[in-house]
Design a protein around this ligand. Sequence first.
Ligand code: CAA
Length: 258
Amino acid sequence: MENIKFEKDGNIGIITISRPKALNALNFKTLVELNEVLDQVEKDEEIYVLLIRGDGEKAFVAGADIAEMKDMNPKEAREFSIIGNKVFRRIENLRIPTIAVINGYALGGGCELALSCDIRIASENAKLGQPEVGLGITPGFGGTQRLSRVVGLAKAKELIFTGDMIDANEAFKIGLVNRVVKKEELMDEALNMAKKIASNAPFAISVAKASINRGYQADIDTALMYEVEVFAQCFATEDQKDAMTAFLEKRKIEKFKN
Ligand code: CAA
């Protein structure tokens, strides 16, 4: 692949968006490659957590590729938005947790990519925003929908209407990022969190994620039924029996299996 790198650190998968000369801007090819690497991630049962980061010093992803979009007609723009949304929805629905490791600019499609992840960790120098209206367009990879779900309607509208870039601390204050850390500590922080997640029961995490995501779109009674179902399903796993037995025998479970 030209614009996507993939590696593993134990049970952690790491996707790097790599077009540093264009601040990792997402062109059509990069989205296609991202979709392909997700096939690999989905098939690999040894990956428990996925990190997504940007290559280079300056950017996570500075948006969709403006040079590629400039001459698009509405039909082409629709196709571009459809593929971006398809890939990001796939990320959102992965069975494993995902962490966006925001090492710099996360603008437009970059902020939207981060929003499709479950957790966002940013370095102090990161800048986030949805500057699309300054380019005569709207966010096109989920920003008009996911941003308000994460930060609330009023803040999402402010960010999208003004196109303002906010720094990492402001993003933390409004709940757009989970943590802000020093630049040099970013990857360690993300890996530590990923390892902590990976040390818990994978099946329980996977169904908890599905329950949270599905429940967020549903009324509370329907949502609570999702919880009842996934809670019950956990009791069919070896991990539940092993972990509860270990607790009662006052020892730590060595490794989860499911
Ligand atoms: N698309 C294409 N190329 C981009 C890009 C983008 N989104 N962002 C940066 N680049 C390119 C620049 O054109 C430049 O290329 P050259 O060296 O060939 O001139 C290179 O990356 C470095 O960028 P700058 O020289 O601009 O770097 P800077 O440090 O001065 O500024 C920046 C950094 C503030 C992030 C600035 O690059 C910028 O504003 N980028 C665009 C951000 C943006 O508007 N993103 C939204 C895009 S629209 C979108 O994403 C739609 C959607 O929802 C699907």
